[in-house]
Structure formats: structure tokens, C-alpha cells
Design a protein around this ligand. Structure first.
Ligand code: ADP
Ligand code: SF4
Length: 687
């Protein structure tokens, strides 16, 4: 199909200093969990975005020196010859598709506590990051940088720039955002210096200016130099000579870099969860940039709508449409817009499972795109599935796992039927996405249903609860059972293990609420699942006007929501809605009027009044249908269990399992490849 002319502006080439980007789609630096230990995995992951049409494709942060070491979080480096070889793979993969490759040169300063290298962390004035999350806490306090340290920092950037150019990068970032070292110089909270690098805004900008100059000179102007800055705090601070400190900083730097990349200051606002934050949320903080500088500007905001993208360009907010999450969920987003196939875009749902992967120290996982991170390891492509199959496949269950399995089976060439018991497809998404803030998550079903409905080899049967006899009678060559899991009302013991519930009045599971039960208030929600559902249910009940007490075994509400940047926003919402929190408690009893709590470590008892108890704890998978089919199969075709029925998990797990199952139906065993690092020359010599 032809491209909608309204979107032509997105495909104009734009100059970035000495380089020319072929269009305005700019995959900004983002964490991928892939380091120099996995150079082929990383090259294939980034290369896929170039194949999908992004004009610029960036790495995540790359440390310029061992004094900036983020381990055990994924820590990519540009320290030596072996690192050059590792990054060259990515640059080649990106260049193969006509895109520019960018690298984010990074020094974390006080935020990098150097657990492995054990170098003293560096900082402008010795101000530490007093992290409240255990994973980030450290008792290492930073050293105050002297003049020699500042010279070293500038030299490390210059040397890393030379290595970056050797690896093949076109655009080299200086990174002054998100609490890292150059940002620490910009901000008066961290920078109390009395020398030429501290005090006035003019002085605080000096280091960033010198880093930009050093990177440019090191590569003799052949590479473009980008400056990435966080604007949230600076924009809010008054200035004596400009509208804000943000305006003043950009005013001093307006001609220094070839490109500005602007963002927010904190992960929870920069990469905000869709539960609480809409598309384009950065705009109010960065919309002044182009009134101060003539250099091109890139910014993000979970853009998936081409109309919003065009409006950002037309309104003069941005020159490039930055994408991190939308590029993970759909590496082919630009190509789809270019080909007039907007309805094929696999839109990011803003769940932030991708961010949780970095916190977990693993390759990026995506709810919408099960192939993310598997491009090299398993050879999975997000758009192209080898047509290697024929015959008939029946998928039982039309939730996230069943729909993904059906789509991948159909792409492989099977004739696919999907039987769903309910009137609508979507499984758990149907009810869960009606909870506060979760509407966009329905995109998981929407995208798949949209694709399936267009395929001639797919039949969708709603209101079709199947028995084992009916499945047998259907006679498909392959059966995939994706019938989901059920919530239990088991409680949690002080040993953090679930244990049985003796029963009681008005004790409900999420399945009961989904079936239409409205609990009598006041309600206690006992959450030891600790992801989104317990807090979303508490909010939904509070929205109905019920008094809600939220009880959790964890130290705070939405404990795992820290991993997805949801936690601070949940707490803000709880405060607004008047939801009382009872952390570090287990429910020891409930008589229909009073919930008895016990402190999980000390056992100290307490009580709260409640007429109903909602337990969001554990789920049971398994499928009687599957068991019966396996028992009765007698060698006729294959039967597979997948999704939550195989092992209950988050939606990301169900989609991934559904995809994997579909790849394996009628095929050989799954043998993922193992990546390996290039060795430094001195280590290689020992081998
Ligand atoms: P998953 O996350 O693994 O996809 P869900 O619980 O979201 O699991 O979806 C499972 C779907 O399977 C539900 O929509 C449910 O109605 C459907 N289902 C369960 N048993 C049957 C059955 N015997 N026949 C058809 N559909 C079924
Ligand atoms: Fe978007 Fe969720 Fe995928 Fe991240 S994991 S890219 S937030 S859909």
C-alpha cells in the first residue's frame, strides 16, 4: 500500500553535523541487557531495528573507563581492542540497512559504585546517591574530583571516541542525564565546587562543553557529536538570565553539539508506565528546545501514533522521533508507516517489562514482541516466520498465549482454528484491562486479532468451549492447549510460602471479581503476588467508593512494580485515593468482620476491620483437557500445553510461551545458540 502523504515528513532526511540520517526515526540509546559479553546477540537485536527502517540506531550506555562500572547490572564498555571488535558487529549490522550507528559514551560518576572494578566512584563534590532500592544501595561514597580527575575524564571520553570511530559508529554521545557524572556537574544539588566547574550555571556547563569538544577533536570532526541531557529538573528551576536553568544551559550549549537528545531525569518519569502516563509525556519539558538552538532535537514519549509523531515535527518540538520502547515492541514501525500499513504496528503497551529485564540483568524481554532478544540466539524474526509447515492446528483458548500461538502457527503455514469459550477473545486481558490505567494493555490482543482476521488460513470460533471429545472429533494434526490459569485464595505463611485457606465468608480471588462479584466494604486486599494486579484491584475498589486496606508481605505496595517503574506512581495514586497500606504483614485470620494480621518477621499481631477479603497471591496452571488429550492421543498428532496453563506468569511469559510452542509444533528441538565475548589480546595470548 502507498504511504499516507500526511506522514511524508517523517521520511525526510535530516543532517546531523557531518552525517545524514535517512529519515526522522531515531532509536535513542536504551538498555538492552546486552553487553560485550553477548556481541552477536546485541548486533542482531540492534540490526533488526535498522532492517525495520529506523534511520539511526543507538547502543545503550557504554562505559568509557573502569572508574564507571555498573555491574552486576548489564555494563557495556568501550575500554579496549576487544570492545572495539564487539561493537563493530553492531555497527556493521546497522550499516547493512543504511542506518547510522550511534554510541552513548557513559560515565556514571557517583551513580556507578564500581562493584567489580573497585575504583573509587567519582563526583564533583562528594555528594552520594542515597538510593532507596536495595539493588542500588551501596556504602561506597564518591571521591571529590580534583583538576587531574577532570582532565582524566575528558581524556577517557576522547580515547573512547577514537575507539568508537574505529568500531564504526557515526554519532558519538556525550551523556549528561539521569544522574550520571556530567549531569552531576550541571546540577547544583551535586555540584558545590568553587572552581571554574562550579557555582554559576555558566561554570557548571563548562565540563559538558569540554567533553563535547574533546569528542569532536578526537575524531577530527568526522563523527557527529550528540548531547543527551535530562531536562525535567533544569526546566523547573528559576534562572536570573533566562526562563529557567534549562533554557540557560541550552543557551550556552546551543552551538556545541550536532544534535540534542532530551529526556527526563528519573527512570519512572523518563520511561513512565502507561498505567499512569500518556503518550508524549515529555513534551512539556522539552518543547522549548528549538526556540533556543538551531541544532536538530530528538526526544521520546512512547510514540506509536504517526499522527502524534507528525504533530511533534509540525509544532516544532522535535526534528527526530525518538523511540526506545516502541522500537522494541515493533522494530518495523517505520517500515509499516512507510508502506501505509499503520494497522500492522505492534504498539508498545507501556508495561515496562523491558525495563525489568535490565534490573534483572538479562536480555530485553517484551510483552508485545516475543522475538526481542532472540534474533540471534534462536533466529527469530519479528515479522518473517519461515513457511515450513502444512496441516491443521487447533488452538484451544484465545488469551495472549493462544492468540500468539495461532498467529505464529498461521505464519508457518498451518491451517489454524482457534476455539475460545467466551464471547470475546483476549482471555485474562478482557477483565484486567478494564482495571484503572490498564486499557492500553489490551493492545496485546488487538494486534494479534487484527492480524489473524486478515489471514485466509485462520478461523476464529468464539463461544466454543471444547471438551476432549470435541477436540478429538475436530481431528486437527496438532492441538495447542492455552486454557489459562486460575487464581487461588491460598494465603501466605511467615516462611513466604503459600499455604491452604480454611475458608471463610466473603473471601474472593481476582477470578471472583472478574466473574462480577462486588465485595462488601470495607475491603482488605492481601497482595503477595506483588506485581500489578493487587494494586490495580485496590484502586478499582477505591474508585467504587469502598474503603480499602492494602496488605502485603513485601516492604511496600507494588514491590515488584519497582522493576517496571510503576511503584512510585502506585504510591502517589494510593495516597490520592486514600488506600491504607499495611506492609510486611501476612493475613493470619478473617472472621468476616476483622482481618488478623501478623508482622511477617516478628509475628506481632494487629487487626483491621473488613467485611471482605480479596487475595491476590498464587495461581494454578494445568489443564484437565490437556491431560485427557494426552491420555487419549494414541499417537494421533501432537498435543502441546502453553501459556499460563503451562506455568502461570505475567502476560509477557504467556506471549513468549505461546510463540515458542508455535515454533516447535511439528519441528525439531529448540537449540538456542550461546554467544561469547571477544577476548582482550593479552588474555587471548594465554589461551
Ligand atoms: P494465557 O495468558 O495463557 O493466554 P488466559 O487465561 O488469558 O491464558 O486465556 C485462556 C483462555 O482460554 C480464556 O479466554 C478461556 O476462556 C479459554 N478457555 C479455557 N478453557 C477452554 C476450553 N476448554 N475451550 C475453549 N476455551 C477455553
Ligand atoms: Fe513496550 Fe512493554 Fe514491550 Fe517494553 S515490554 S517495549 S513497555 S510492550
Amino acid at each position: 500500500m502507498a504511504r499516507n502523504p500526511r506522514y511524508d515528513v517523517l521520511f525526510e532526511p535530516v543532517r546531523i553535523g557531518p552525517k545524514l540520517a535517512k529519515n526522522r526515526f531515531f532509536q535513542v540509546p536504551h538498555a538492552s541487557g546486552m553487553t560485550n559479553a553477548n556481541p552477536r546477540v546485541r548486533a542482531a537485536f540492534r540490526g533488526m531495528k535498522a532492517e525495520g527502517g529506523w534511520g539511526v540506531v543507538s547502543t545503550g550506555a557504554c562505559s568509557v573507563d573502569p572508574s564507571s562500572d555498573d555491574s552486576p547490572f548489564p555494563n557495556a564498555t568501550l575500554w579496549d581492542e576487544a570492545d572495539i571488535r564487539a561493537h563493530a558487529l553492531m555497527c556493521d549490522a546497522v550499516h547493512d540497512h543504511g542506518a547510522l550507528a550511534a554510541v552513548e559514551l557513559w560515565h556514571g560518576g557517583a551513580a556507578a559504585v564500581n562493584r567489580t572494578t573497585r575504583a573509587a566512584p567519582l563526583s564533583p563534590s562528594g555528594v552520594p546517591w542515597m538510593a532507596t532500592h536495595v539493588g542500588f544501595m551501596s556504602s561506597a561514597r564518591p571521591k571529590v574530583m580534583d583538576a587531574g580527575d577532570i582532565r582524566d575524564l575528558i581524556r577517557w571520553h576522547a580515547e573512547a571516541a577514537v575507539r568508537a570511530e574505529q568500531a564504526g559508529f557515526d554519532i558519538l554521545y556525550v551523556y549528561a542525564g539521569m544522574g550520571y557524572l556530567p549531569y552531576q556537574f550541571l546540577m547544583s544539588d551535586y555540584n558545590h565546587r568553587t572552581d571554574a566547574y562550579g557555582g554559576s550555571v555558566r561554570n557548571r556547563v563548562r565540563l559538558v562543553e569540554e567533553l563535547i569538544d574533546a569528542v569532536r577533536e578526537a575524531t577530527h570532526g568526522r563523527c557527529a557529536v550528540a548531547l543527551r541531557m535530562s531536562m525535567q529538573e533544569l526546566r523547573g528551576r528559576p534562572s536570573e538570565v533566562a526562563e529557567s536553568e534549562g533554557h540557560e544551559v541550552v543557551g550556552y550549549l546551543k552551538d556545541a553539539p550536532d544534535l540534542f537528545d532530551v529526556k527526563m531525569d528519573y527512570s519512572a518519569t523518563d520511561c513512565a508506565a502507561s498505567r499512569y502516563t500518556a503518550e508524549g509525556s515529555h513534551a512539556p519539558f522539552v518543547d522549548f528546545m528549538k526556540s533556543v538552538t538551531d541544532k536538530p532535537v530528538v526526544g521520546v514519549g512512547r510514540f506509536t501514533s504517526p499522527d502524534t509523531m507528525v504533530s511533534m515535527i509540525r509544532k516544532g518540538v522535535l526534528d527526530f522521533i525518538g523511540g526506545a520502547r516502541p522500537s522494541i515492541a515493533d522494530p518495523f514501525l517505520p517500515t509499516k508507516i512507510s508502506e501505509g500499513r499503520e494497522e500492522d504496528i505492534r504498539e508498545c503497551i507501556g508495561c515496562n517489562m523491558c525495563i525489568s529485564s535490565w534490573h534483572d540483568g538479562v536480555f530485553v524481554r517484551c510483552t508485545q514482541n516475543p522475538t526481542a532478544g532472540e534474533e540471534w540466539r534462536r533466529g527469530w524474526h519479528p515479522e518473517i516466520v519461515k513457511r515450513d509447515a502444512e496441516g491443521e492446528a487447533l488452538v484451544v483458548g484465545g488469551g495472549p498465549a493462544g492468540l500468539e500461538a495461532a498467529l505464529t502457527l498461521a505464519r508457518r503455514g498451518f491451517r489454524v482454528s482457534v476455539a475460545e469459550a467466551k464471547r470475546e477473545f483476549g482471555g485474562r486481558l478482557l477483565w484486567e484491562t478494564a482495571l484503572p490505567g490498564l486499557r492500553q494493555w489490551y493492545r496485546v490482543a488487538d494486534y494479534r486479532l487484527g492480524q489473524l482476521r486478515k489471514m485466509p488460513n485462520v478461523s476464529l470460533f468464539a463461544e466454543s468451549p471444547l471438551t476432549a471429545a470435541e477436540v478429538k472429533e475436530f481431528g486437527a494434526d496438532h492441538v495447542v492447549v492455552a486454557t489459562g490459569a486460575r487464581w487461588l485464595t491460598d494465603l501466605c505463611g511467615p516462611n513466604e510460602l503459600p499455604h491452604g485457606w480454611a475458608g471463610g465468608p466473603r473471601v474472593y480471588s481476582p477470578d471472583d471479581l472478574a466473574a462480577g462479584v462486588v465485595p462488601e466494604g470495607p475491603v482488605a486486599v492481601f497482595d503477595f503476588d506483588n506485581y500489578y494486579l493487587g494494586t490495580a484491584i485496590a484502586e478499582a475498589l477505591a474508585d467504587r467508593g469502598l474503603a480499602v486496606s492494602y496488605v502485603t508481605t513485601a516492604g511496600a505496595a507494588s514491590a515488584w512494580g519497582f522493576m517496571t517503574n510503576e511503584q512510585p506512581l502506585v504510591h502517589q495514586s494510593f495516597a490520592k485515593k486514600g488506600i491504607a497500606q499495611h506492609p510486611l504483614q501476612i493475613v493470619a485470620g478473617f472472621d468476616g468482620e476483622v482481618v488478623t494480621l501478623a508482622q511477617i518477621m516478628s509475628g506481632a499481631p494487629s487487626e483491621i476491620a473488613a467485611r471482605s477479603l480479596v487475595v491476590v497471591g498464587t495461581r494454578a496452571g494445568g489443564s484437565a483437557l490437556y491431560e485427557e488429550l494426552v491420555a487419549a492421543r494414541g499417537g494421533n498428532g501432537s498435543v502441546h500445553l502453553t501459556g499460563d496453563a503451562l506455568a502461570p506468569g505475567a502476560i509477557v511469559h504467556a506471549v513468549y510461551q505461546g510463540h515458542k510452542t508455535a515454533r516447535l509444533v511439528g519441528a525439531g528441538p529448540d537449540r538456542p545458540r550461546r554467544d561469547a565475548a571477544f577476548l582482550p589480546a593479552d588474555v587471548e595470548a594465554l589461551a
